[in-house]
Write a protein that binds this ligand. Structure first.
Ligand SMILES: [Zn+2]
Length: 127
């Protein structure tokens, strides 16, 4: 589920939202090519072309997932498998969150690249 944003035509601030559509083409099929948005910063309502929407990777999600994984790994090792806290277990506890970090980073970046890779039309209409 990519997080997408468009820059306000008036104040230039980013209006972000989540979409269930993995690509811009599907986003256009669901929402139409022209999408009305009210800016939450300056209050102006404008019509945005679907090609103006872009996706950026959600870095906080990568850190959230990795941090959660540290606790999950710790709980598994300590209470479920009842491992002694020796250095091997400790290095394992560090490896799992690191793996989670790199895998989730790649997935989230790919999601953004998939959304950004196709335009509905090449030209941006004047609003
Ligand atoms: Zn604005």
């Amino acid at each position: 589920m990519p997080r997408i944003f468009v820059e306000c035509h008036d104040c230039g601030k980013r209006l972000s939202q989540f979409t269930v559509n993995p690509t811009r083409v599907e986003f256009a099929q669901t929402n139409g090519e022209s999408i009305r948005r009210t800016c939450k910063f300056c209050g102006k309502e404008s019509t945005y072309h679907v090609d103006e929407f872009r996706s950026s990777p959600q870095r906080w999600l990568v850190f959230a997932v990795s941090t959660a994984m540290i606790f999950v790994t710790y709980i598994l090792a300590r209470f479920v498998f009842d491992f002694a806290m020796n250095r091997y277990v400790l290095s394992g506890i560090l490896m799992l969150p690191l793996l989670t970090y790199f895998i989730s980073k790649r997935i989230i970046r790919n999601n953004s690249e998939t959304f950004n890779s196709h335009f509905v039309s090449k030209e941006n209409p004047e609003d």
